[in-house]
Design a protein around this ligand. Structure first.
Ligand SMILES: [Zn+2]
Ligand SMILES: [Zn+2]
Length: 232
């Protein structure tokens, strides 16, 4: 099941041309998994073993509750997960092993764990399309930007599938990202300068007005409001 619930239509995603295309792919995979995990999958014993072990991060617990699905499957998953936490972590002395287990749980999430390999496969497809389809290459290079995290992931994923095209790909990607970061810098400076009384009444461009939100999204790979609530 886990392998095939999520085939990302890479070309379609790149045709949208709005924001970071890898964020869009990640969001698609994420939404499909949230949908999957709040449906009948929650009752499957092998899934239950996994959710008991990995738990969920704050973001994905939140999405499970706001997905519009029934709350009973969430309650059943939590009941089972909590049983495991109590048995393995709280019904014995807090020795090194127990504390390590809690720490490991803090950093793990069932949904995050599944996004990772799916996204990796989609990134490989991006690389192969770039290598083999001139049209896709144009589409790739006309993206507004890649967020910083996905710039890193894209470059890391590219070496093997791109082969001798790797250098050109890495350079094209770097230029794309730098160009956007330059424009963010300009807009942030304009936003800052708007606080100077000497600039009173000077109009601010729409991009500069939301430059804080855009910069946060570029740096964190999530829209600013989400990034903010993630920190709380
Ligand atoms: Zn991104
Ligand atoms: Zn997660």
């Amino acid at each position: 099941m886990k392998e095939n619930i999520c085939t990302i239509p890479v070309n379609e995603v790149f045709e949208q041309n709005d924001g970071c295309p890898i964020c869009r792919m990640r969001n698609l995979i994420e939404a499909k998994y949230i949908d999957y995990i709040t449906g009948p999958a929650m009752m499957e014993p092998d899934i239950r073993i996994e959710t008991n072990r990995a738990g969920f991060c704050e973001r994905h617990f939140g999405m499970m509750l706001t997905s519009g699905r029934a709350r009973l499957p969430v309650a059943l998953t939590l009941e089972s997960h909590l049983t495991e936490v109590r048995e393995k972590m709280l019904m014995k002395k807090p020795d090194k092993k127990v504390l390590e287990a809690i720490e490991k749980l803090e950093g793990s999430c069932f949904v995050c764990e599944y996004i990772e390999p799916h996204l990796a496969r989609s990134l490989e497809t991006v690389c192969l399309n770039y290598k083999n389809e001139p049209e896709f290459r144009k589409l790739y290079e006309s993206q507004p930007y890649l967020c910083l995290t996905h710039y890193r992931m894209m470059i890391q994923a590219a070496k093997k599938p791109l082969g001798r095209d790797y250098d050109a790909f890495a350079e094209a990607t770097r230029r794309l990202v730098l160009k956007y970061a330059d424009s963010l810098q300009t807009d942030i400076v304009a936003f800052r300068d708007a606080f100077d009384y000497r600039n009173a009444g000077k109009p601010l461009s729409p991009e500069a007005k939301i430059s804080i939100e855009r910069t946060i999204e570029f740096l964190t790979s999530r829209p600013a409001a989400t990034a903010k609530s993630d920190d709380n």
